[in-house]
Design a protein around this ligand. Structure first.
Ligand SMILES: [Zn+2]
Ligand SMILES: [Zn+2]
Length: 260
């Protein structure tokens, strides 16, 4: 089994509902059995749209809902509460992506922290795992996860770009890391090292489509079908068979998201 644990199947970037359905069909044809579409990162409405895709593809797709740190500036307590309430839908497996992004600083940092903590508390109250986006927060994301007791219900660092030492901090706390197509990039040496050394039971695979298109498709819009290239490269650096690696990552994904 092969799963894309993190894609943004948003109709606004995939050419409408038909474009999303076509991308899912191409993924199935490429041997991708399941996908988690992330309802976070394209404004508040991306959660609603992700849920709609999951409802249209009950065999293949589940959703997460959340507010991305880029969009933290859009949040009011009421709008955030409305978003979080969507997590009660059975198609929603997690809250996120959420976290801190001090690279782009698209929202003021105090707002990023506030929106992050509100979502962590909501996930804990609902016994849901969380998907973390962390960019250049210099350990602050980890500190907040510790303070909020987030590890109890499950923490996944998506598009993991830290080094091996930081990865060990995450898995040491019971967390998971997800490897994107950067692992195929020429300058992806650190990620290949992480992919090689992450414990077998903590590694997930993702595309983060429509971005981060793996080699050999760089320059093209990314899509879930291309998680096959991520799997191939991760298997190569770990020195294992690609089918076994895909199965192991799929098992980890299902355990993390509690997706039978
Ligand atoms: Zn992200
Ligand atoms: Zn993402």
């Amino acid at each position: 089994m092969l799963i894309d644990s993190h894609c943004h199947l948003d109709p606004t970037v995939f050419g409408g509902d038909d474009g999303v359905d076509d991308a899912i069909a191409r993924a199935r044809a490429a041997g991708v059995d399941r996908m988690v579409t992330i309802g976070s990162g394209y404004g508040f409405e991306s959660a609603e749209r992700a849920l709609a895709v999951a409802r249209r593809h009950p065999e293949t797709v589940r959703a997460s809902v959340g507010l991305h740190p880029h969009d933290a500036k859009l949040a009011t307590d009421a709008s955030l509460a409305g978003l979080i309430a969507m997590a009660d839908a059975p198609e929603v497996l997690a809250l996120g992506e959420m976290g801190l992004d001090y690279h782009y600083d698209s929202s003021p940092r105090d707002q990023q922290r506030h929106v992050f903590r509100v979502q962590l508390r909501a996930a804990r109250a609902r016994n849901l795992p969380v998907i973390i986006h962390d960019r250049e927060s210099a350990g602050e994301t980890l500190a907040i996860l510790d303070e909020e007791g987030a590890w109890e219900t499950g923490v996944l660092y998506h598009c993991y770009t830290g080094d091996v030492a930081a990865m060990e901090q995450i898995v040491g706390r019971g967390g998971y890391v997800s490897i994107p197509g950067i692992v195929t990039f020429k300058n992806g040496e650190t990620m290949r090292e992480v992919a090689a050394r992450a414990p077998a039971d903590r590694i997930l695979l993702e595309t983060d489509s429509p971005f981060l298109t793996p080699i050999p498709f760089r320059g093209k819009r990314n899509e879930p079908a291309f998680v096959t290239y991520v799997a191939q490269k991760v298997a190569e650096v770990r020195g294992v068979d690609v089918t076994a690696l895909a199965d192991q990552a799929a098992e980890n994904t299902r355990r993390f998201f509690r997706w039978a």
